[in-house]
Each structure stands twice: as structure tokens, then as C-alpha cells.
Ligand binder design. Sequence first.
Ligand code: CMC
Length: 428
Amino acid sequence: MSNIAILEVDGKRYEFPMLKGSENEITIDINNLRSVTGGITTLDPGFKNTSSCESAITFLDGEKGILRYRGYSIEELAEKSDFLEVAYLLIFGELPTKVQKADFTKEIKKNNIVDEDIKKILDGFPRSAHPMGVLSALTSALTAFNPKSVNVESEKDMFKAVCKILGKFPVLVAWTYKKEEGLPLAYGDNSLGYVENIIKMMFERPNEKFVMNPVVVKALDKLLILHADHEQNCSTSTVRVVGSSQTGLFASLSAGISALWGPLHGGANQAVIEMLEAIKEDGGDYQKYIAKAKDKDDPFRLMGFGHRVYKNFDPRANIIKEAAEEVLNDLGIDDPVLDIARGLAKEALSDEYFKSRNLYPNVDFYSGIIYRALGIPVPMFTVMFALGRLPGWIAQWKEMRLRKEPISRPRQLYTGAPLRAFVEEAER
Ligand code: CMC
């Protein structure tokens, strides 16, 4: 194949280099398109065909259902690694040695505490506030308590900032939950592991002895690994775009949390369980909901189905489906919603509408079932996703800054009114 792409406009030919990624993906480098053509741009709403950056963090092949972090398959990481190790891998590029892992863990534990004044901010929210809004606000507030920007060029500085946010974030996550439940805010116990500590901070009650369930720890650890990064998705792109104006790490992460909140992205896990519950309440007739999803005049979509990139299967969904069955078995839970999910998936997978559009269950189709089994309330589902995605956002922010990417500033095709004379108020 030639390594140039040719564009012809009004009989004039322009050549653009074709670049090849390490997995042989091909892209046309149009960096100088406007300058050589005198202002022509490309139009690609939703960036369906646009590579917004070069990245060495996560590889995803939507056709083949492949997901790898730094070259390691998601299947192997989910089976053999743990969340903190995966966080280190994503952010620093390699799996940590024993010593590196110990240092990383120690520094994170040191930061597993937040300024007491954060409690006052939390106090200002009504109990009815959605935990994602609260989490985004608290993460942004961390900027006020840590006003010095991290020097991304300094490995030491960056290591400290990474450990700071990885340490403090679970406290914020647990506190958004406690706020929602009206329970006292509590800290963890640094003799516990990272995920154990999160569970303790979330579920310990002042009037009961807390007992850690290893099934819950293992399942949550796996879920966090599966969510840890997913290349240039909506929230990650948001973190990179916001950070490209040299906004600090914590404020960029806060923007990522807001982007994740929406039901077409991370908010889908909440929407899925609400949809499955609604089907259950409605007598379990999922055919009716499949018909609604296919009806062009009905805005209803089958939540947890379809993906911008995966057009064959979502490898995370396969792992999660298995994990969901395991957790329900281990915890001895018989959840009728899982039966509805199984039936709905089976039906949709053999339906021509879904087959022809390559719509498969995605990661969110099953994750809500696990969260529910673990006792996590529905509005907290997307918060758990954010907890998992944190290392990916940090890794992508760091990479963007180290590569000295230019400020993100797309162009547009203007379709508004041409120049017109101002109309005085009396004449409007
Ligand atoms: N139910 C019914 N029809 C659908 C669905 C769905 N869930 N998803 C896509 N379609 C149809 C859509 O109507 C369109 O049909 P047509 O070609 O006849 O107009 C076709 O499939 C292509 O859809 P699209 O909206 O152009 O595809 P997209 O790549 O822009 O959207 C998506 C991807 C994930 C936003 C979409 O599939 C969706 O809304 N799914 C439901 C929400 C969801 O589960 N989101 C979680 C995604 S995975 C986790 C994450 O990324 O955070």
C-alpha cells in the first residue's frame, strides 16, 4: 500500500502522509490540511473517523473485540493482576517491580485522607444530589486544597500527585455514598488493601461490626480493572481536551467525571438496571422493550447495548457476565433481574435489527447486576465506574502533557446567518 493519501479539490492534488500504528492501524495525517489547501477542513461530528492523538496506553480493536493496556490483554490482567498494579501499569507504562509496588502502595496509603474542610463542602449538598455531581464537585474542590500545579516533567512530582489523587479519591467516593445514605463520614484502615479499604469506607456502619467479604473484594477489584482505561472515549477525551489548555490534573479529572455521568457513557450502568427493573415491574415482557428500541418514532434505546467502537463483542462484557454469575452464586443471591437480562440479551442477539447494526451487550449491561449484588445503590453505579477509570484518565492526561500536545481547538462548518445589519429594539 502507498504511504500517501491524495486529495483532489477543484483539479488540484494534495498529498498527505499515511501513518501506521504499532498494530497496523492506518491514519491519514492531515496536520497541514488547512495551510496547504487555503482553509479547507474536515467535518466529522462525534469524531467517528478522527484519531485525536497518538497514544501508547491502550489498544482497542472493535472488530476483533480486543482490549489491551500497555500491550497486556484485558483477559490476562483481569485474571492475574490487581487494580493498583494495573493503575501503575497504565500511568507509568510498565508493571511495577515488587519494590515499586510497595512504594506506590505506601505513598497512596499516606494520602488516604482529605482536608477536614471538604466535609463542609459536602454538607452544602442536599441528600438528594446525584453522587456523580457531588464527586465531580469534590474532585474539583481538591484543587483548592492543593493549589500548586504538578510539574509533569518531574517524575517525582508526578508520582506524588498520582498517589495523592489515588489515595484521596476513594475517600471522596465513599463520602458521596455516606452522604446519600445519611451516614457518618469515616476514614479507612491502612492495614487493609486498596479495594478492601474502599469497601470498608463505604459499607461500615457505626452500629455494626464490619465483616469483609472476600467475594465482594475480588469482584470489585476485577470490575475496577475492566474499567481502568478505554482509549479516547468521551470522558477521557474530555480530560485530555481540558488538560490541553494546561488546566491542572484534579480539575481535568473533575471534567472527566461530568462527561462520564451521561447515560450514553458511564451513566448507562444506572440506566441498564433501571430499564431491567422497569421490565420486571411491567411483567417481564422484554419483547415489548425490544420492539420499542427498534421503533424509530420511540426515543427508547436498549441500554447496555451497542458501542461506538466494539462492533462484534465487548470483551469486558464477556468477563463481567461470567463474574456476575459467579458473584450471584457465591453470595447466594437469586436476582430475577439477571434472568431478564439473560432473556433480553438472547432475544436481541438473534434479532435482525440488532444483528444488522452490530449491537451487542456492552460492559454496562452486566456491571450493574454485580454492583447491585454487592449492595451498592443504583445512583452510585457510575461513581464506581469513575473510581475504576481514574488511572486511565491520569495516564492519558500525563501522556498528553508530556507529548506537549497543542491546545484542543476544533474548527466548524458555519451554517448560520450571513452578515446582517443590527435591528433596533423598536423594529424587532
Ligand atoms: N438500542 C437501539 N438501537 C440502537 C442502540 C440501542 N442501544 N444503539 C444504537 N442503535 C441504533 C441507532 O438507532 C442507529 O440506527 P440507524 O442506523 O437505523 O439510525 C444505529 O444503531 C447506530 O447507532 P449510533 O447512535 O449511530 O451509534 P453510536 O456509535 O453513535 O452510539 C452508543 C454508540 C453506545 C452511544 C449507542 O449504541 C447507545 O446509545 N447505546 C445505549 C447506551 C449505552 O449502553 N452506553 C454505554 C456504552 S459502553 C460504556 C461506555 O462507553 O461508557
